[in-house]
Design a binder for this molecule. Structure first.
Ligand code: HEC
Ligand code: HEC
Length: 345
């Protein structure tokens, strides 16, 4: 006769408790050590996923290491340029700008707004071939290009504190960008250039309607009350960009306006049509503004000069007025047929 010893049987309930306890332990263990288990994979994924366009570019939260101080100074110079570098800054030896504009007036949101000459990734886009000098140019030379033209001033010393602060800020803006610097939103958005001359009357009408509320009917803007600089910057006259600036070219100005003005519009929500942007750009750039010193030295290879550069000489025989007001297609055709050069501006 078989004899069954009375085994102490665990009840179903007890088993469940033990089992759950083990599961909880596994979870705790997993949470504590997950970073070690997945460390390599984890960081790789996060680097890949930082989109340069949505990354954080607020200098405010940077702590005060030496490099961060430089970045913050670069940001300050960029946004409040006239206070530091303008003709009314109170320090003649630092008055490199000839006007009271700030870099931020054209490169919106401290250089982070897409299609406003956005500077995210810009460090990686240099050194770069430049037609204006017909040579490979550095980022320092490019910054000084805007100093001498958009700011109507003098070049910054390439090794000085101000230049190195600008470069540090731009490096920091480029920290998530691909090596070739190609970021969506760099430069300006292309428009369809109307195949006609600028209509100056329409340009004036549109200016009064859509721009004068901020920039003034006389185009002189509104200065800040307590500091050098502008609440609404001037669009022409002595305190504006000079004729050698990119903004002095109708095509470039129209591209800027299309996605940036009236203030508040963007690439996905423009207000002006391409035709309107073209006519207003032509109207603004017919007004008087400072001349560019030594402009005869620009474009040693004249064939590289943009078709809408408003001052002679040119490597073609189209009249100056057509370079200022279009139509630009016949000039572009000429360069394509004669020299095999495709021009977009
Ligand atoms: C009046 C408008 C204006 C002002 C003010 C201005 N810029 Fe520019 N900047 C431009 C234009 C136009 C371009 C050319 C954009 C293009 O053609 O894509 C440009 C291009 C640049 C570029 C090259 C961008 C690239 O992606 O290659 C840098 C860098 C730059 N500016 C820096 C500055 C700095 C620094 C300041 C202030 C000291 C400044 N700019 C002030 C209009 C301006
Ligand atoms: C609501 C106010 C407002 C309106 C309307 C407006 N702007 Fe502006 N504009 C600004 C401000 C502000 C800036 C400088 C941006 C900054 O510093 O953030 C600016 C900058 C500019 C610049 C580059 C800086 C300069 O002084 O050269 C141009 C060019 C310009 N505006 C043209 C126009 C034109 C043309 C119109 C009409 C289609 C227009 N704006 C409508 C507020 C306005």
């Amino acid at each position: 006769m078989k004899f069954k010893s009375p085994k102490p049987r665990k009840s179903g309930k007890q088993l469940l408790v033990v089992f759950s306890f083990i599961i909880v332990l596994i979870f705790i263990f997993f949470f504590l050590f997950q970073y070690e288990f997945f460390e390599t994979e984890y960081t790789e994924i996060s680097e890949e996923k930082t989109d340069p366009l949505t990354a954080d570019y607020d200098t405010y939260f940077l702590d005060d290491t030496r490099e961060n101080k430089k970045i913050k100074y670069g940001y300050e110079l960029f946004v409040n340029t006239a206070q530091y570098l303008g003709p009314q800054n109170g320090k003649r030896e630092k008055a490199y700008s000839g006007n009271n504009l700030s870099c931020n007036n054209c490169h919106l949101k401290a250089g982070t707004k897409p299609y406003s000459g956005m500077l995210i990734g810009v460090i990686n886009r240099f050194p770069q071939y430049r037609g204006r000098e017909n040579k490979i140019g550095t980022i320092e030379e490019r910054i000084n290009g805007c100093m001498e033209r958009s700011m109507n001033g003098n070049p910054l010393p390439p090794n000085g504190d101000e230049m190195s602060a600008f470069v540090a800020y731009m490096k920091w803006l480029s920290r998530f960008s691909p090596e070739n610097g190609k970021v969506k939103g760099a430069g300006y958005a292309r428009i369809k250039i109307p195949e006609r001359e600028v209509d100056l009357e329409k340009g004036e009408m549109l200016f009064i309607k859509k721009c004068a509320a901020c920039h003034g009917e006389n185009g002189q803007g509104i200065p800040l009350r307590d500091y050098a600089g502008y609440l609404y910057p001037p669009l022409w006259g002595d305190d504006s960009y000079n004729i050698g600036a990119g903004m002095a070219r109708v095509i470039t100005a129209a591209e800027f306006l299309k996605t940036n003005m009236p203030y508040g519009v963007s690439y996905d929500k423009p207000e002006l049509t391409d035709d309107e942007a073209y006519d207003i750009a032509g109207y603004i750039n017919q007004k008087d503004r400072p001349d560019k010193a030594n402009r005869e030295l620009d474009f040693p290879d004249l064939k590289k000069k943009p078709v809408s550069a408003p001052y002679p000489p040119y490597a073609d025989s189209f009249p100056v007025s057509q370079h200022q007001l279009g139509p630009f297609q016949p000039i572009m055709e000429f360069y394509k047929n004669e020299y095999g050069i495709i021009k977009t501006k």
